[in-house]
Design a protein around this ligand. Structure first.
Ligand code: COA
Length: 157
């Protein structure tokens, strides 16, 4: 892999917003007609500025040798709730790699960093949600040790 994985800083929030905007277009934009594609541009700066400052969230960027952002990962810690009191989940909220850099190990490096961070935060499981039609992401996650747990079903009304 010819990329460096770094923590995002307040100065790199615009790069997170750009990568999240591209993710909305490439993933949900193809698979979810109700997704608000304008959300990252409208709300992303405030959202990621808050996450970068919190210690229960992880904002990673993958940088090319020329120092441009070629991917991102957002992780959160979900504290136990009364129904699952022993579960501390590291939630992989968002992951994207620029298509020009696919299949070179960038997402794997981001995900390994996320696993290490989640363990350090006391998480005892990791979870991620993907569109059922996003076969490449599901294949990627399966290769990193994830397996299906719950299934969300939709019906048009
Ligand atoms: C899914 C994604 C993050 C993978 O990133 P990547 O940097 O190419 O992944 P890596 O090079 O680290 O890992 C490649 C692994 O994923 C698998 N993979 C990646 N793309 C795949 C595809 N199109 N079909 C099948 N498997 C695929 C490879 O088989 C490989 O597995 P292996 O290491 O076990 O052999 C990337 O394709 C992406 O950004 N997709 C668009 C955004 C997206 O869908 N994000 C996830 C939202 S839930």
């Amino acid at each position: 892999m010819n990329a460096a994985v770094v923590r995002a800083t307040p100065e790199s929030v615009p790069q997170l917003v750009a990568s999240a905007t591209a993710l909305f277009a490439e993933d949900g934009g193809q698979r979810d007609p109700q997704l608000d594609l304008g959300w990252p541009r409208r709300e992303g700066t405030a959202y990621f500025t808050e996450l970068v400052r919190r210690n229960d969230s992880l904002c990673l960027l993958a940088l090319s040798p020329a120092n441009s952002a070629i991917g991102h990962l957002i992780g959160r810690i979900r504290r136990p709730d009364p129904l699952r009191p022993s579960a501390v989940a590291g939630v992989l909220e968002s992951l994207r790699v620029d298509p020009a850099h696919h299949e070179t190990g960038v997402a794997t490096a981001l995900t390994e960093e996320f696993f290490a961070w989640a363990r350090e935060c006391g998480a005892n499981q990791a979870s991620v949600t993907a569109y059922a039609a996003n076969e490449s992401a599901i294949s990627f996650y399966r290769g990193r040790g994830f397996s299906p747990f719950e299934l969300t079903l939709h019906a048009p009304l």
